[in-house]
Ligand binder design. Structure first.
Ligand code: ATP
Ligand code: MG
Length: 411
């Protein structure tokens, strides 16, 4: 894409009321628009990053057998009354409204109720199980704290997967696969090393749930990390006697601030009890379906990546999620650059070409702020030296590369 065509522009300053580092940088770079506190829109560059993140999540969910669907954000009161979660005393972050005829509706903050109710139409026999389904869906939560930029939105996309199994053993097998898929997702997003499988409180049906907590200053949680074992415990269970089985050396745990990038949860029969979601087993006996839920916020992941990797000059995107792989900049030499631009595109390299008539310094500053992994500069000086200047966003200096070798080097 030619940068002269991009309607967004970089800005020197973020809005005065924006306190989070991730939103400040993403707004300045033109990735995100702040509609109001905790409510952010995604602009072309930001939406490309979001789509890359969602695609990685989608591939991993498909890989463990998840089937993608899309439920509704608008929900009826009846469904939620089955689990007593319509009540404002029980759930305090509801956005509710009503239809013209007075019928109460809510904007879903999660979808366990909706999907359990739906599955009553499809699950009857043991032959219908096991399976899992997921969606990328907008959730609405009237969060009281909205100081973490896109990491805590009042309206945000969540990937939520729900699993339906016949037995606890069958559930445990799927749960293990989901856990492994999450590890792969955070590796592919470039935050795997800082992200710890974290034991958190489990609820009625299991001792623990698992969170994927990324150590980062902007996080709102406190975890205790066992670096040797590569796992952590959430502060909320740190003092529980539930912990002996983890065999953690409590003297070696390191206290860290962390952001919950994702979580997975065994639900047992909590929801299938409420909705009477049953199947008929091989002996013609009615049995309750065992469920699990698996959440992950792509915008929270994007915020975490920003917080962890950005430097004093701007954003730094890992190759897998970058809006473009190459930021091509020309200083004069329009024709030669047009040629290189075409060659890169023909080779399938995603490239943003800064074709604007601007000072080189301003173009370089914008490239640093936007944060594509590779910067390629074409100038009379580089051509005289034998090619173009190739520089990684994370390197200080570039090197001259022969134009014929450029694609090879980047790929
Ligand atoms: P938290 O503890 O941070 O409030 P949660 O435990 O309520 O989150 P879930 O409801 O299980 O989280 O949501 C699943 C995932 O969705 C979280 O792990 C996180 O990645 C993401 N998420 C949750 N709340 C938000 C939010 N307000 N904005 C963006 N992403 C969110
Ligand atoms: Mg949580």
């Amino acid at each position: 894409m030619k940068q002269s065509q991009l309607f967004t522009k970089t800005q020197k300053f973020a809005p005065k009321d924006e306190v989070s580092k991730n939103a400040q940088l993403l707004i300045r770079a033109g990735f995100v628009h702040k509609e109001m506190a905790g409510v952010y829109g995604f602009l072309p560059l930001g939406w490309r990053v979001m789509n890359n993140i969602m695609q990685i999540i989608r591939e991993e969910m498909n890989d463990i057998g998840g089937q993608e669907l899309k439920l509704t954000a608008l929900q009826s009161k009846e469904v939620w009354s089955k689990t007593n979660r319509w009540s404002d005393e029980i759930v305090d972050n509801w956005f509710k409204s009503e239809l013209k005829n007075g019928t109460k509706v809510g904007l879903a903050f999660t979808h366990e109720e909706a999907i359990t109710g739906l599955m009553k139409s499809f699950v009857a026999s043991y032959k219908d199980l096991p399976f899992s389904a997921y969606q990328f869906q907008t959730k609405f939560r009237n969060e009281s704290r909205a100081k973490s930029g896109i990491m805590r939105g009042r309206e945000f996309i969540m990937k939520d997967l729900y699993s339906f199994s016949r037995t606890q053993e069958e559930h445990d097998i799927f749960y293990g696969k989901a856990k492994d898929a999450y590890v792969r997702i955070f590796d592919r997003l470039g935050i795997g090393e800082e992200t710890y499988l974290t034991f958190a409180s489990g609820g009625t049906f299991s001792k623990y749930s698992h969170e994927f907590q990324t150590v980062c200053d902007a996080g709102e949680d406190i975890i205790y990390v066992d670096k040797e074992k590569g796992i952590a415990v959430n502060e909320e269970v740190y003092n529980d006697e539930v912990l002996a089985d983890l065999e953690l050396d409590k003297n070696n745990l390191v206290k860290e601030k962390a952001a919950e990038a994702g979580n997975i949860f065994s639900l047992g029969t909590k929801f299938s009890d409420a909705f009477d979601l049953t199947y008929r087993d091989e002996n013609e006996q009615e049995q309750k379906v065992i469920m699990g839920s698996y959440g992950l916020g792509p915008a929270r992941a994007m915020g975490i990546i920003t917080e962890l990797l950005a430097d004093e000059n701007g954003l730094v995107w890992p190759e897998n999620v970058a809006p473009f792989k190459v930021h091509l900049i020309n200083i004069g030499e329009d024709e030669k650059t047009e040629e290189i631009y075409s060659q890169l595109q023909d080779a399938g390299v995603e490239v943003l070409w800064d074709d604007r008539d601007m000072r080189p310094g301003a173009k370089f500053a914008d490239a640093d702020l936007i944060g594509c992994p590779y910067r390629v500069v074409v100038s009379s000086r580089s051509l005289e030296a034998g090619g173009v200047e190739l520089k990684k966003r994370t390197d200080k200096d570039g090197q001259i590369v022969n134009v014929d070798k450029l694609i090879e080097q980047i790929k």
